[in-house]
Design a protein around this ligand. Structure first.
Ligand code: ADP
Ligand code: ADP
Length: 219
């Protein structure tokens, strides 16, 4: 359930996207990673999911190092990227079965994640027939297939209408009761609605790391 980041820096060419980032998450909680566009959120998430290598520092998920134990890290994390590529012409079950097959996951687990993410009433449909909110559920179902301890969600509610927003936030809250959820957003209300802790990033640097409870007391 843990994430441990120490002195991570990342350069794109000579532009520093992350500068000496450090933080720890040690228990199942929902942690918001808050910052404006371009702050470095996606870059940090790609490093934690092993899709990108840092230039400096170290990061561990569930004690596994992202550089030297990529496979174990991937088994420990479920990732929903900001622009999750979904195959619109595929049926939901087909899409999940395709990914389940790659990772050797049982058919039974597909039904479980469909149930877990509230997809049951729509489960006979093609992804292309779903609303944006339901497509996000498919993304979440996919991220949960291998029952990871840590869920990394990049801007999971961007572009949802108000009803879908409430539904997806509630779903994330439910998931966060048993897993560590690390969620990026540029919206403070999102943090207030679902997170127990917030790490604020700006221009590649962490500017605050607080419990929501303490933040409320300060107000
Ligand atoms: P956020 O997710 O907070 O919007 P990103 O991590 O996507 O921020 O981006 C951080 C900075 O790094 C931005 O200035 C962005 O333009 C830059 N950046 C991100 N990806 C690349 C890339 N592949 N090549 C060059 N610059 C990039
Ligand atoms: P995300 O927010 O999921 O990283 P983006 O739309 O920001 O997606 O970026 C899409 C792709 O372009 C990503 O692979 C990202 O790394 C890359 N990218 C983002 N910003 C830049 C940039 N300034 N220069 C080059 N590539 C970039």
């Amino acid at each position: 359930m843990s994430i441990e980041v120490k002195g991570i820096s990342k350069l794109y060419g000579n532009q520093k996207a992350l500068n000496q980032i450090s933080f720890k998450v040690e228990k199942p909680e929902i942690v918001g990673f808050l910052g404006p566009n371009g702050a470095g959120k996606s870059t940090m998430m790609k490093i934690l999911t092993t899709y990108l290598n840092a230039n400096e520092g170290s990061a561990k998920v569930n004690g596994y190092d992202v550089d030297t134990n990529k496979q174990q890290v991937q088994q420990s994390v479920g990732y929903l990227p900001e622009h999750n590529p979904l195959y619109l012409d595929m049926y939901i079950k087909e899409y999940l079965a395709f990914n389940a097959h790659i990772y050797n996951i049982s058919k039974k687990r597909i039904d479980e994640v469909i149930e877990l993410t509230g997809l049951t009433p729509e489960s006979h449909k093609k992804i292309g027939q779903l609303s944006k909110g339901y497509r996000q559920r498919v993304g979440l179902a996919n991220a949960l297939l291998h029952d990871p301890d840590v869920l990394i969600l990049d801007e999971p509610t961007t572009g949802l209408d108000p009803n879908q927003l409430v539904d997806i936030r509630n779903l994330i809250k439910t998931i966060g009761k048993t897993k560590t959820v690390f969620l990026s957003t540029h919206i403070m209300q999102e943090v207030e609605a679902i997170c127990e802790r917030v790490i604020i990033i700006n221009k590649g640097e962490i500017v605050a790391d607080k419990k929501l409870k303490d933040l409320r007391d300060e107000k």
